[in-house]
Structure formats: structure tokens, C-alpha cells
Design a protein around this ligand. Sequence first.
Ligand code: PGA
Length: 260
Amino acid sequence: MPTKFNNHSKAKSLNIFGDAEKASVHTAKLIAELILEQQKKGKPSVLGLATGNTPKMVYQELIRLHQNESLSFHNVISFNLDEYYPIGPEHIRSYTYFMREYLFKHIDIKPENIYIPHAVCSPDRIEDYCRDYEDRITNFGGLDLQLLGIGRNGHIGFNEPGSSFDSTTRLINLHSLTRKDAQADFGTIDNVPRQAISIGIHTITQAKKILLLALGEKKSEIISKALKGEISTDVPASILQKIPQVEYILDRDAAALIQD
Ligand code: PGA
């Protein structure tokens, strides 16, 4: 059973699990429950999905539920949080590629229901492109659930420190720590893109349910700042302290600095 802290911190709902796998399985279960609930009502589920190391085990578990427990994604609409700019969807480090490999090719989601900010449009079209991405989310009635990781600088999506809490989908300059953390994937720091398209903080906080998953000791410091520190654009995830529909899902290592 997870440790629950609903009254001892500013967090609306904070669940701490013994290890990353348990935290990930719990996260996948919440996503699956939403999908099933919506299916019962005859409605689609609009999911905001994330990339990076953090959600990999969540996706593994969703694939398992699809393969072994007949969870269907036929009426799931998915919007990814972000994508590097300017790399195309076929690039092996693109998030389009990531989502295909780690989730989409293993499940029955319809290709036409998958939205990822394809970062191939020319700089003069970016603003229109971002507005269109935002409008598409709105036209589906907004996100039913947003899955988030957290960067070591507190970013959610690629909303880097300094991002306005009112921000919507836009082109962003990546923070040096974000680029450093991506270096292992790209080989050298010079290969790491300097920009990305990301949905905004406003877009995220409008989701009907938000799951922030953080795993491992290297997230413990930023988790402490994001959950217990001042609400400030210096730590973008800190805005979630004000959002009632957030559930923080942590493993014991990520929670190391917030447990009394
Ligand atoms: P990670 O990245 O899951 O690879 O740690 C999380 C993030 O930057 O949001």
C-alpha cells in the first residue's frame, strides 16, 4: 500500500510507493480506469502523454493491460506534451519515434487520434501551428488526464524556468540543464536541439486530472522544491500546488526529502 499524505503537505494528493515499478503500475491503473469509465459512458478519453525515462514503465504496464486484459485504446485521443524543434518525426530521438516505439505500435490506438507537435514546420508558421495544436485540444473538450514527468529544473513539458503560468503551446528555448540531461540521448551536447514546441502551463493546468510521476533520487531535490517551496515561475511545477486535481505519484527515492 502506498503512503498517503493528504493533510501534511500542500499537495492535494500525494502517493509514495516503495519502488518505481509500483508507482508506475499505479499510474497506469489510473489511466486505464479513466479509459474504461469513458468507454462505459460511450465517450472518448483525451489523454495528455509524456516522454522521457519516467513514463516508460507506465507504458509497459498499459501495453500489458492491452495484451493480457483486453484494455482497448480504440477511442483514446492522445496529445503529446512536447517535441524537440526542429527535428522530424522519423528522427530516432524525436518524441514521435519514442511514442511509437514505447507505446503506440503495441496498442490499438487509431493513428488519426494521435497528436504530437510535429516540429517540422518552418519558423514563420510556428505560431499558427501552435495555435492550431491548442485549438485541437480545446475542440476535443480539453484533456481528461495529463501525465507529467518533472525535469531537474522543475520543468513540466518543456515549460522551462521563467515560463508564464498563463502560457499556451509555443516554441521554447531549452534550458542548459535540460540540454545537459538530454546529452546521453544525442551523443554530444552540440547535437541536442536548442528549442522545442511545448504545450503551455495554462494548457496543462486545465486538464481535468493531472498525474505527476517522479522516480529516483535525482528527482528528490526538485520534488521538495516543487511540492513544498514557494510557488514561482522559477520552478514551473510549483504552480501545481494550487491545482486541486493533481496527484503526485512518487517512488521512495524521489520522495526522500519530503518525508518527515
Ligand atoms: P525524465 O524527464 O523522465 O527523462 O527524467 C522528465 C522531464 O524532463 O520531464
